[in-house]
Design a protein around this ligand. Structure first.
Ligand SMILES: N[C@@H](CCC(=O)N[C@@H](CS)C(=O)NCC(=O)O)C(=O)O
Length: 361
């Protein structure tokens, strides 16, 4: 047996044991990756990968979703993953699970925690890095018959809707995008004002629920989909810090960004507009200095664990692109942004909304 690790999956710490499949002790959920294993036929789940090969994106999604369904059904069982020696293919699957559980450097983490020889080829490492989190969750729900009815997000590119947009994609739930065309002031149309009397974007419609306020929308979505682990468990210290970040980001930098973007709304003196803007920029610089100090080495706002507030911080950082000192001038905020860009769902939404990551000059 090579080793075992703990991963928080489906809101629970689970033990994952790896090694040669033929060394499996016969207990728990098992995933056999070696088509030549003698005990292949006894495995709960199988993914036939020839030695030194990597799973395709579709194979990885289907396998991880099936593993999650098996772990949910057998909630006290360990998971045994095995191939021939238990390093390359086994390490790849364990690292993919670590990626799903929110570890920022899943291959490095797996090598440190499980076995130094984990993940043997560049293709295996690339398969782990390219994991589509949302697609795994969507497949998990499809297999377990829990796919929810689509929600609708009223959005406009590069508005406060970007954060819930990224979150919806990460959660892998079906959603419909409804453009509120700010070019024609559609946010002030009678139809839109019926949804949000403040005339602000975004709005989320989930069944009969019509919800405004970015932070509230995010909290609602993570609560509705706890399986994805994008918020720590209720009542924990991490959950308290999660609330703190959600509140801080919405009532401090987000508000200051609005002063920077709409300075004329914050003074009735025409000559003061430039000063309102300059003051907001100065205050934002200080806010990002403090956020960077709190983030430290991270890798995420809550430490080892990725959560929805990291996506919120990314939106705040993206909004600094027109500031003299973009937030990415701070090395650890630049690194945090890069870690988020490693996520397929984040890249996809940024591309769709045509958003560029601010470059520090
Ligand atoms: N506190 C609100 C603020 C939303 C907000 O200010 N949205 C801006 C876009 S980022 C908007 O809709 N502006 C339209 C306008 O001011 O007319 C939230 O977080 O949802």
């Amino acid at each position: 047996m090579n080793g075992s690790i703990m991963l928080n999956l489906l809101g629970k710490d689970r033990r994952i044991v790896g090694g040669p499949f033929d060394s499996w002790d016969g207990f728990g959920v098992s995933l056999c990756l070696d088509p030549g294993a003698n005990r292949r036929g006894e495995a709960t789940l199988r993914l036939d990968l020839v030695d030194f090969t990597a799973p395709t994106a579709a194979q990885l999604i289907a396998t991880l979703a099936a593993v999650l369904v098996a772990l949910r059904t057998r909630s006290d069982d360990d998971l045994y993953v095995g191939c021939r020696a238990g390093y390359g293919r086994t390490g790849t699957l364990i690292a993919a699970l670590a990626n799903l559980a929110g570890h920022a450097d899943p291959v490095g983490w797996t090598r440190a925690q499980y076995h130094p020889k984990s993940v043997e080829t560049a293709e295996q490492a690339a398969a782990v890095a390219a994991l589509d989190h949302g697609a795994v969750w969507a497949e998990y729900r499809r297999l377990s018959g829990t796919t929810p009815a689509p929600v609708a997000l009223y959005y406009y590119p590069d508005n406060a809707s970007t954060f819930p947009h990224m979150l919806l994609r990460e959660l892998g739930i079906p959603f419909e995008l409804r453009l509120v065309d700010r070019k024609t002031d559609a946010q002030r149309s009678p139809e839109y004002l019926r949804l949000n009397p403040q005339g602000l974007i975004p709005v989320l419609v989930d069944g009969d629920l019509v919800l405004t306020e970015t932070a509230a929308i995010a909290l609602h979505l993570v609560d509705r989909h706890p399986e994805c682990g994008l918020a720590p468990a209720m009542g924990t210290v991490d959950r308290a810090h999660f609330y703190k970040w959600m509140a801080h980001l919405t009532n401090t930098p987000q508000v200051e960004h609005l002063k920077r973007a709409y300075p004329h709304r914050h003074t009735s003196i025409a000559d003061a507009v430039a000063d309102v803007r300059a003051t907001a920029i100065r205050r934002l610089d200080g806010m990002f200095d403090r956020i960077a100090a709190d983030l430290g080495a991270g890798p995420w706002l809550l430490g080892e664990r990725f959560s929805a507030v990291d996506l919120f911080l990314l939106m705040m950082v993206l909004w600094t692109s027109r500031m003299p000192r973009p937030a990415t001038a701070l090395p650890n905020l630049a690194a945090h942004t890069q870690r988020l860009l490693a996520r397929l769902s984040v890249r996809e939404i940024l591309e769709m909304e045509r958003l560029e990551v601010p470059v520090a000059r």
